[in-house]
Design a protein around this ligand. Structure first.
Ligand SMILES: [Fe+2]
Length: 146
């Protein structure tokens, strides 16, 4: 992979992570049903963890002298996450966020390997941690669907 493609992918996955955070917050606010309390808390747990990683990711990009995407229009242009304007019922929220979390885990896994190739070991450690965090989010979302 060319360095310019690698850097663009770092920006795209950063934008996706921010969009993922927003979607988990969206579901935290808008979920309804008998399981409200449980799912309201689960979505909060997910968005809080993801939000806690955003600043470090942004600053990892800056350390590589990459511009950090930081506007809604840029996020919408670069993100792999499908925006959600009409959230469905609690089950479809869980399914959608699970699909997105699995995709994020895969994106972080792929980026980890590219970062290793470029010798960005501090960044690759961070990316590996993000992959792991998304696998845990996926586990909780998947378990709540059974
Ligand atoms: Fe809240």
């Amino acid at each position: 992979m060319e360095k310019s493609e690698y850097y663009l992918e770092l920006q795209r996955v950063f934008s996706s992570e921010f969009s993922f955070y927003l979607k988990a917050a969206n579901f935290h606010w808008n979920v309804e049903g008998q399981l409200f309390g449980q799912l309201h808390e689960l979505f909060e747990r997910v968005y809080t963890e993801v939000y806690g990683s955003i600043d470090q990711y942004a600053e990892e990009l800056r350390a590589l002298q990459i511009t950090t995407p930081a506007s809604l229009s840029t996020f919408s242009r670069l993100s792999y996450i499908q925006d959600e304007n009409m959230p469905g019922d609690w089950r479809s929220m869980l399914q959608e966020l699970l699909m997105d979390s699995d995709m994020m885990a895969m994106k972080f896994q792929q980026l980890f390997m590219v970062a290793e190739e470029f010798g960005d070991h501090g960044l690759s450690n961070f990316l590996a941690d993000r992959q792991d965090a998304h696998k845990k989010h996926s586990w909780m979302l998947r378990s709540s669907l059974k």
